[in-house]
Each structure stands twice: as C-alpha cells, then as structure tokens.
Design a binder for this molecule. Structure first.
Ligand SMILES: [Zn+2]
Length: 152
C-alpha cells in the first residue's frame, strides 16, 4: 500500500483486526521508508459473492448461471427476454440487499422462485422442480397445488 505521506510502496502490517462485524479487516500499517502509520480497510467486493452449494462446496456467484437457469424455465413460454432480464436483475438486487458475502444456493433458488411466480406459473413450476430437486411426482403435485391454490 502506498504511503500517504511519502509515496513509498512498501509497508509492514502492525495489526489486523475484524471490523464491521467481520465483513471487513482493518489493518494498521507502517511505512518502511518514513515510518508513517496509517490504516486501511479491506472488504469483500459484492460481485465476488460466494454461493454455498447443497453439498457444502463453494463457488463464485455467476450472473450467467443464474440467468441461464431462469431462461431455461421460460423456454418456449411467451415471456419476452427483457422481462426475464428484469427478473434476473431483481433477484440479484435482492441478494445484494441482503448484504451477505456467502449465500446458500437454496436461498437464491427461493428468491428466484418468488420473482418468477407472478410472471409465469409454468416457468415457476419448472424452476422449482430443478431447485427443489423433486424426487417424485407427489412433490410436483404439491407445488402445482400451491400455485393453483394461491390463485383462489
Ligand atoms: Zn512513507
């Protein structure tokens, strides 16, 4: 980190501690040239959000992957691409508002399902069948009941 006083590039870290409830790290540094002391904060960038998969593996959040999953659910439906993009945007907005740096895949699935339901019920059921990993026809029927029941 460049020294704010003399511009030297090298410093030593005197102290590191968690800040903002563990969401950032505060480092006290000392310039190796002039011994000036300064403080830096490190934060995880929002676009480096991590998805925790069902089996516990972690992977970088991918907008493309999310958009791909949502688009597949809308395959051959009459919903315009722009409307699907809006759904993807709204899902990402909600994830980012949650202020998390790691989010379970199941939670992303639920947020996406909530966004899809008011737009297209068939797409909703398709998406749900992938995200909830339906194991039998009964689970399928229950979700369909919920969708149809919700209309009453
Ligand atoms: Zn310096």
């Amino acid at each position: 980190m460049q020294c704010p006083r003399c511009g030297h590039q090298d410093d030593k870290v005197l102290d590191s501690r968690a800040a903002h409830e563990g969401k950032s790290i505060r480092r006290r540094r000392e310039c190796l040239a002039c011994a000036f002391r300064f403080t830096t904060f490190e934060e995880i960038l929002k676009d480096e959000l991590v998805v925790v998969k069902r089996d516990g593996r972690r992977e970088e959040f991918s907008r493309q992957k999310l958009a791909g999953g949502i688009r597949r659910a809308f395959l051959k439906r009459t919903v315009p691409d722009e409307r699907i993009d809006q759904i993807v945007d709204s899902v990402i907005d909600e994830i980012q508002r949650s202020d998390k740096t790691a989010i379970p895949a199941s939670e992303i699935g639920e947020i996406a399902m909530r966004a899809i339901l008011p737009v297209d019920q068939v797409a909703y059921i398709r998406f749900a069948s992938v995200y909830l990993r339906f194991e039998d026809v009964g689970q399928f029927a229950r979700v369909i009941d919920e969708v149809v029941g919700g209309k009453k």
